[in-house]
Design a protein around this ligand. Structure first.
Ligand code: AVJ
Length: 320
């Protein structure tokens, strides 16, 4: 479906069809129970994620924005003006604002899985940047999707900030980036934010904030499943946990059952022992050379990297 609202064109590729049920049931049937981090982003989850980005402990957002502000002109130079600019997982479309003045894209195409949030953000952005052509695409960027418009007369660029690439296992990240490369075509550039390996305490604090916002974000997944799949998770019988797995270079988020219990999900029963976890998210951290090796595996050439003075976070320009 395509609808034009002002200069915002909306393309709904229906990213959350009936298979959410199958996916959840399959994940809960595994020996190590697992739910996909994609499921975090219902309307409430998108709101909670924005709140996470404001937390003092959650350094990635403000550090990346600092890098974008400081080096935006140079980044725009690399990406080229008048491009078809695709943002993967655009959320509230806040970070792109730091680049739009310098970039002046022909078309801005935010892609996000959270429909209402995407629509609102696209409208807000179009209002703030009159003259910008916005094509909002509601889709799951982690599965193959076709661009709803093919502006082949424009060079292509993609923006994938926030270290969202860290949600993929490294081999899946390489496959995903290769797909982005296919969409971009020869000479297309990917501007991608990547969180760097650092002190365990700093990493764990970022995912265990004192206000409990990350805990609420993690637990909201169960609220969503209760509502959308008719499940009966008791929110008081699960607690949030986040730990840095140094061996695998990733922060893992879990929901831990605080007692032995049974839960009904879409007509099926799942048993939990006390202390048993549902693994809900991986957030891989990289070294700069490690990420460049991954980019090369995907078929990209690393052109330039920018970091903050404390080397907490990195933004890379890759060319296909
Ligand atoms: C949006 C995947 C980059 O991994 O840091 C924040 C999500 N999870 N706090 C991240 C998240 C818990 C975030 N990404």
């Amino acid at each position: 479906a395509t609808a034009a609202a002002g200069r915002v064109h909306f393309h709904d590729l229906h990213p959350t069809p009936a298979d959410m049920r199958a996916e959840v049931l399959a994940g809960l049937a595994l020996a190590q129970k697992r739910l996909s981090p994609k499921l975090f982003y219902d309307a409430e989850g998108s709101r909670l994620f924005d709140a996470i980005c404001e937390l003092s402990e959650y350094y990635p957002t403000r550090t990346e924005i600092g890098i974008l502000r400081r080096h935006g002109a140079e980044m725009a130079e690399r990406l080229g003006r008048e491009a078809l600019l695709i943002e993967l997982g655009s959320g509230s479309s806040l970070k792109i604002r730091t680049l739009l003045e310098a970039l002046r894209p022909a078309v801005y195409m935010p892609v996000d899985i959270s429909k209402e949030h995407l629509l609102q953000s696209a409208e807000d952005l179009a209002a703030a940047f009159p003259g910008l052509d916005v094509h909002a695409v509601c889709a799951d960027y982690s599965s193959a999707f076709v661009l709803p418009v093919d502006h082949h007369d424009h060079p292509r660029a993609a923006f994938f900030p926030g270290s969202s690439v860290g949600n993929f296992e490294p081999d899946a990240a390489a496959r995903f980036m290769a797909r982005v490369g296919q969409i971009l075509g020869p000479g297309g550039r990917l501007l991608i934010g990547v969180d760097l390996i650092k002190d365990k305490h700093r990493l764990e604090a970022a995912y265990n904030d004192a206000d409990g916002v990350t805990a609420a974000f993690n637990l909201n997944l169960l609220t969503r499943i209760n509502r959308e799949l008719g499940a009966d998770f008791d929110l008081d019988a699960f607690r949030h946990e986040a730990v840095f797995n140094a061996e695998l270079s990733r922060v893992e988020m879990h929901l831990i059952s605080t007692k032995s219990q049974q839960v009904q999900v879409a007509g099926e029963t799942f048993a939990f022992t006390e202390g048993e976890s549902i693994h809900t998210e991986c957030s891989y951290k990289y070294r700069i050379d490690g990420f460049h090796a991954l980019a090369a595996e995907a078929g990209f050439t690393a052109e330039q990297v920018w970091t903050d003075p404390d080397e907490l976070f990195s933004v890379h320009c890759l060319v296909w």
